[in-house]
Design a protein around this ligand. Structure first.
Ligand SMILES: [Zn+2]
Length: 164
């Protein structure tokens, strides 16, 4: 991988990668950039690969992509969740909130962010998350990621008879 040309303007992607001790490769910029640009997506490895291939001329091979996703998750730039089918899904880690509240429908298996629905209590949730993380940090824990999932039946499924 050739070194990237120095740029006059500091690139936020480069800065993020550097701060987290990652190499600023074209592949890393591509994956992180795409996920940050699509903050509401929650994609599996395969979906992410397909999306990246659709968006970019440069194809990323599977192994590189998987390794990259693992690294980005380890350093906390991506949020990894395991859905009820035990499939790993990834999204960009929200900058301000450590946990993105989301709802997993056990009927249609859709996964939707709850920021809108939980607006009234969003502040309380974030405060609770921050204080939990601070307490753990004080005890010496590191490398946090958090998950706040509510499981049940979504409003659409609750009002629509299931398709056969
Ligand atoms: Zn549903």
């Amino acid at each position: 991988m050739p070194p990237l040309k120095p740029s006059a303007v500091a690139d936020p992607l480069d800065a993020l990668l550097s701060v987290h001790g990652l190499r600023r490769t074209a592949a890393a910029r591509l994956v992180l950039g795409w996920l940050l640009a699509h903050p509401d997506t929650s994609y599996t490895h395969a979906q992410l690969q397909a999306a990246l291939q659709g968006d970019c001329a440069a194809a990323l091979d599977r192994v590189t992509l998987y390794r990259l996703i693992d690294r980005l998750t380890q350093v906390g730039l991506l949020l990894c969740r395991v859905d009820i089918n035990r499939v790993r899904r990834y999204q960009a880690m929200p900058a301000s909130v450590h946990a993105t509240p989301h709802f997993e429908c056990q009927s249609c298996h859709r996964d939707s962010p709850l920021e809108g629905a939980l607006q009234a209590s969003a502040h309380d949730l974030e405060r609770a998350a921050q204080s939990a993380l601070q307490a753990l940090k004080a005890l010496g824990y590191q490398g946090f990621s958090m998950d706040f999932a509510v499981r049940g039946v979504c409003a659409d499924c609750a009002t629509t008879p299931p398709a056969l």
